[in-house]
Design a protein around this ligand. Structure first.
Ligand SMILES: [Zn+2]
Ligand SMILES: [Zn+2]
Length: 252
């Protein structure tokens, strides 16, 4: 199994996950033109995508889904709440995902995990193929026992490190926005993310990718410094950004 981000941040997110037979996208917060160009960088075409899974209705995850899926007749997977929130009855083939009910697409077994975020019914996803497990976890305000349970024993993890607490507190955002971002239904801070990695069973973690990094309230060097100060993080650490995303990362 391999995965790559074609872009990650407050303005747009999209992740590609692929094995020998099936290629999936999670979210698409980019225009059709941008998505096509960004996929090309990974030697992929939109025609290669077998399904798009949506985490929630916020624009940075949803804005490009409709155009992509309508043009290339790609089936969409999303929760009933997200479907209600996007309020679009002309989306083509829709598959509703229930949290805690595993489903399969091609060679992937997938589980949708409920997360605390200010959307109607947000889900994050864990993918399994050939006994390898990859977890995607962004857009959540805090970590629940249920999340700990499902994100242990992964081979790779793409994890939100949205903001540095001090940079957010001292930054230019209005106080209501600061409260939203740092609140229980907002986004994970650098220290929450690192603390999470330390607490889950990460003995077999090969790759850890930090993503959804805010360009206003965080910076890679601050996060990197914190990661380097933390002992015991196993696996290779990567940082995905908005402009480039990441290279393909292979899990073996
Ligand atoms: Zn987001
Ligand atoms: Zn969101």
């Amino acid at each position: 199994m391999k995965f790559a981000s074609i872009g990650s941040g407050s303005k747009g997110n999209c992740t590609v996950i692929s094995n020998n037979s099936t290629s999936l996208l999670v979210d698409c917060g980019f225009s059709l033109k941008q998505t096509t160009a960004r996929l090309e960088r990974l030697n992929m075409n939109p025609q290669d995508i077998d399904a798009v899974l949506v985490t929630h209705e916020h624009d940075d995850h949803w804005s490009g889904v409709r155009a992509l899926c309508m043009k290339y007749e790609i089936p969409i997977y999303l929760s009933a709440g997200t479907y209600r929130a996007v309020n679009d009855r002309c989306l083509g083939p829709i598959n509703l995902v229930d949290t805690e009910v595993p489903f399969t697409i091609g060679g992937f077994k997938i589980l949708g995990i409920t997360v605390p975020h200010d959307a109607l019914e947000p889900l994050q996803y864990v993918f399994e193929t050939n006994s390898l497990r990859f977890g995607l976890l962004t857009d959540l305000g805090h970590l629940t026992p249920y999340i700990f349970e499902h994100y242990s024993c992964l081979d790779a993890l793409f994890l939100e490190a949205n903001h540095d607490e001090l940079m957010l507190a001292e930054g230019m955002y209005p106080s209501f926005l600061k409260a939203r971002i740092s609140g229980n239904w907002g986004h994970l801070s650098n220290s929450q993310a690192i603390d999470f990695v330390n607490k889950i069973d990460h003995a077999r973690l090969q790759h850890l990718v930090f993503g959804h990094i805010s360009d206003r309230n965080n910076c890679r060097s601050v996060l990197k410094k914190l990661v380097n100060q933390t002992s015991g993080i196993l696996g290779k650490v990567h940082y995905a950004n908005y402009e480039y995303g990441s290279d393909w990362i292979e899990i073996i």
